[in-house]
Design a binder for this molecule. Structure first.
Ligand SMILES: C[S@@+](CC[C@H](N)C(=O)[O-])C[C@H]1O[C@@H](n2cnc3c(N)ncnc32)[C@H](O)[C@@H]1O
Ligand SMILES: Nc1nc2[nH]cc(C(=O)O)c2c(=O)[nH]1
Ligand code: SF4
Ligand SMILES: [Mg+2]
Length: 210
């Protein structure tokens, strides 16, 4: 299968339990919850997205003919260092494109494969670290994984209901939005109110990494 990649780059993971880890980010083009066009945002199923995932024109992006070509690209971005190879597959919605063939070749290159998904599509088998981030009133079918990362506030979501799902870590992340201070206060309030939840900050934005 071929893959449409918006961008791919080396950085530090900025979110979640693995925050601070050196990682290649592989951002697939396209999402099932928003077209990516600003004129569609208000009506989209997910309307607070902080990411441009339209097209294949970003740094390190492009169309890749097969899994071997894309995994080789990821390995080149990582460079020679042998240990702790980590790729974070995101988007857009990565489950629209991430297949077992790509995971297998990334493993063959020595990578642990982490994924950031909205959970509306079942996760492909073989993922090493699965982060699910629920969106509004969408139906989350993937209720098991490593970390559940709740962007907050979202009035349609009840954190107590999510606590029943099968995740090792529960994270609340302030929504990057016009009233960022209110979102930060709300996220802190949730973590103070419900001890299962830990605060996740978007560290890359603080330090100016992509
Ligand atoms: C751009 S999304 C791509 C992966 C996948 N589509 C998803 O939503 O999980 C990557 C991560 O950024 C989070 N995110 C998106 N917009 C955000 C915002 N405005 N503030 C905080 N986190 C945001 C998402 O919830 C998700 O955890
Ligand atoms: N540094 C960095 N960390 C991230 N963690 C999740 C991100 C994403 O957009 O999926 C992201 C991102 O875009 N950059
Ligand atoms: S589901 Fe993820 S990629 Fe899609 S619009 Fe929402 S935050 Fe952006
Ligand atoms: Mg991001």
């Amino acid at each position: 299968m071929s893959y449409a990649v918006k961008e791919a780059f080396l950085t530090l993971q900025g979110e979640g339990v693995q925050s601070g880890s050196r990682a290649v980010f592989l951002r697939f083009a396209g999402c099932n919850l928003w077209s990516g066009r600003e004129q569609d945002r208000a009506e989209a199923q997910c309307n607070f997205c902080d990411t441009d995932f339209v097209g294949t024109d970003g740094e390190g992006g492009g169309k890749f003919a097969d899994a071997d070509a894309l995994a080789a690209h990821v390995a080149t971005l990582w460079g020679e260092k042998a240990d702790k190879r980590l790729v974070v597959v995101t988007g857009g919605e990565p489950m629209l494109q991430l297949d077992k063939a790509l995971i297998d070749v990334l493993h063959a290159h020595g990578f642990r494969v982490a994924v950031e998904s909205n959970g509306t599509l079942p996760a492909t088998p073989g993922i090493d670290w699965l982060c699910i981030s629920p969106k509004g009133s969408t139906e989350v079918v993937q209720r098991r994984g490593d970390e559940l990362k709740l962007v907050w506030p979202q009035p349609e979501i009840d954190p107590a209901a999510l606590e029943e799902w099968d995740f090792r870590h529960f994270l609340v992340q302030p929504m990057d939005c016009a009233d960022g201070k209110a979102a930060m206060d709300a996220a802190i309030a949730l973590a103070m109110e419900r001890p299962k939840w830990r605060l996740s900050l978007q560290a890359h934005k603080v330090v100016g990494l992509p």
